[in-house]
Design a protein around this ligand. Structure first.
Ligand code: CA
Length: 275
């Protein structure tokens, strides 16, 4: 995608001028009045603006999602039925689609199938009220990247959206692992030594973060912002409690222990080299 369009700067020509702007800024030249005016725009900020399409026929849910994602800093379009959604998906150059399954005129399956056949590979997050295994499998087979069952907390949706956007268009491994611990991102399933482990949504997100950055000591503040979408409050022990619960499930019944507390620093997950 054109970074300028992503930033909502449609009527500018961009060029890199060495010395013209500080590092990580690029110069943009206005083609509107005042013609030729140049200014420096932060490259990083522009990259950070992502465009999301929501296809959702329930008015309240659609408005709520649009507002929430816009407040989270995304550029958001909302389609209220399947055909409109498909039209936008094929023409709008989105970084991600949040797609309801039950829609008027064309259901979510139909939208997804056509989007994938057109060769577009942006991540698609399915929303549905039906928590049926067949739906989940069907969505994943058609090329959905993740799946959220209604009703859901907005913070949970936002966490999934951010994870999908970080993964981007490159195909990342679908399974994260350390030793005999495996986390399947698509099926949202965790096993250790082949034994299935049930985790809450937060525990899953926490484990995902620890696995993605294994070997790195993660401060509580970083975990708070990535998993809870909140700023760290030193009075809360929510992270300690969640880590303890996670350990009780993935570490206590097994050897070797993978999650360690680094006093005064945070937490680290790593598999010992010799097992
Ligand atoms: Ca619906």
């Amino acid at each position: 995608m054109n970074v300028l369009e992503t930033a909502g700067l449609r009527n500018v020509a961009a060029r890199k001028v060495s010395g013209g702007c500080r590092a990580n800024y690029i110069q943009v030249i206005s083609v509107e009045a005042p013609l030729g005016e140049a200014k420096c725009v932060a490259r990083i900020e522009m990259r950070a603006i992502m465009k999301i399409l929501i296809v959702e026929d329930e008015p309240k849910t659609g408005d709520y999602l649009q507002q929430g994602l816009a407040e989270a800093g995304f550029v958001v379009d909302l389609a209220r039925d399947g055909l409109d959604g498909l039209h936008l998906a094929l023409n709008g150059d989105y970084d991600l689609i949040v797609l309801d399954v039950m829609l008027p005129s064309l259901d979510g399956w139909g939208v997804l199938r056509t989007v994938r056949r057109s060769g577009r590979e942006m991540p698609v997050l399915f929303l549905t009220a039906r928590d049926q295994v067949e739906d989940r499998v069907r969505g994943l087979e058609l090329g959905a990247d993740d799946y959220l069952v209604k009703p859901f907390a907005f913070s949970e949706l936002l966490a999934r959206v951010r994870t999908l956007l970080r993964r981007g268009k490159s195909k990342e491994p679908e399974v994260l692992s350390a030793g005999d611990l495996e986390l399947d991102l698509l099926r949202r399933r965790v096993t250790r030594a082949g034994v299935k482990i049930d985790l809450t949504a937060k525990e899953f997100s926490l484990l995902e973060l620890l696995l993605r950055r294994q070997g790195e000591v993660l401060p509580r503040s970083l975990i708070a912002s990535q998993v809870w979408d909140m700023n760290f409050d030193s009075d809360t022990n929510v992270i300690e409690v969640a880590v303890r619960r996670l350990r009780a499930k993935v570490d206590e019944p097994f050897e070797p222990k993978l999650i360690r507390t680094v006093r005064g620093m945070g937490y680290v997950l790593e598999a010992p080299v010799a097992q």
